[in-house]
Write a protein that binds this ligand. Structure first.
Ligand code: B12
Length: 210
């Protein structure tokens, strides 16, 4: 097995020290940082996402895999040259006002990072205006909105309306998610996409930027 294939395996296994060590070895051997990201770290998280979707891996394992991926990213990111950006696109993500749930949203954010997106995580309990400010400041390709309560689902629609009123709605693709959210609801409130898990969210975000 090559060192690159080893990185993939160690990301899946969530071996933080192992991923860091292998990443450093590949760097020392002259491997291209962008290749290490694409063929090692991101490739590993892709497998993790697929397994999570099929219920072959669970939340704690995904979190530790993401941590190991970050250990490698920390080493290679500073080495990327200007023309060799690791980012395939930018995503602003957050949980709507009145809602404090963030475990699922964090997972989605990590999967997106694992897929090479730059993710700006705004946190929880966010008034619609904060999404507007973030869109103006970061000019993302995608805005991800999370809600876990039936009582906070209307705040998703409110957020989209506020983005419209601020004149920035058309600059971004909007995806929504969270346990009570459905494709039907997403259509109803005018979102561009819906995903039931981080892996699908990543696929949708990739489609949005292509
Ligand atoms: C953990 C939890 C909490 C924790 C949250 C901790 C945290 N840091 O997040 C605490 C204890 C704080 C909490 C509080 C409350 N909770 Co609560 N909570 C849960 C619980 C058990 C798990 C949620 C979770 O993390 N799931 C695991 C993650 C991985 O799944 P997920 O969130 O669905 O995310 C996935 C997808 O939905 C999707 N996704 C998520 N976000 C996004 C965003 C985008 C853009 C995309 C594309 C996809 C996406 O991808 C994720 C990854 O696969 C659920 C029950 C359940 N089984 O869902 C109740 C639940 C959501 N809570 C509930 C309730 C009622 C409350 C409280 C009102 C309880 C109370 N009386 O105080 C408060 C409300 C606080 C508030 N204002 O938000 C109800 C909601 C009922 C309803 N229909 O509205 C639930 C369903 C429990 C129940 N059966 O009654 N809760």
């Amino acid at each position: 097995m090559s060192k690159m294939e080893n990185i993939v395996e160690e990301v899946i296994a969530g071996n933080v020290a192992g991923v860091a060590e292998l990443t450093q070895e590949l760097v020392d051997e002259g491997a291209k940082p962008s290749d290490i990201i694409k063929d090692g770290l991101v490739a590993g998280m892709d497998v993790v996402g697929g397994r999570f979707k099929k219920n072959e891996m669970f939340v704690p394992e995904v979190l530790i895999a993401a941590k190991s991926m970050h250990a490698g990213m920390d080493i290679v990111k500073p080495l990327l040259t200007d023309g060799e950006s690791s980012s395939v696109g930018t995503v602003v993500i957050g949980t709507v006002e009145g809602d404090l749930h963030d475990i699922g949203k964090n997972l989605v954010a990590m999967m997106l990072e694992g897929a090479g997106f730059e993710v700006i995580d705004l946190g929880i309990d966010l008034p619609a205006d904060e999404f507007v400010e973030a869109v103006k400041e970061h000019q993302p390709d995608v805005v991800g909105i999370s809600a876990l309560l039936t009582t906070t689902m209307p705040a998703m629609e409110e957020t989209i309306k506020t983005l419209e009123e601020a004149g920035v709605r058309d600059q971004v693709k909007i995806m929504v998610g969270g346990a009570p959210v459905s494709q039907e609801f997403a259509n109803e409130i005018g979102a561009d996409g819906y995903a039931a898990d981080g892996s699908t969210a990543t696929d949708i975000a990739r489609e949005f930027v292509n």
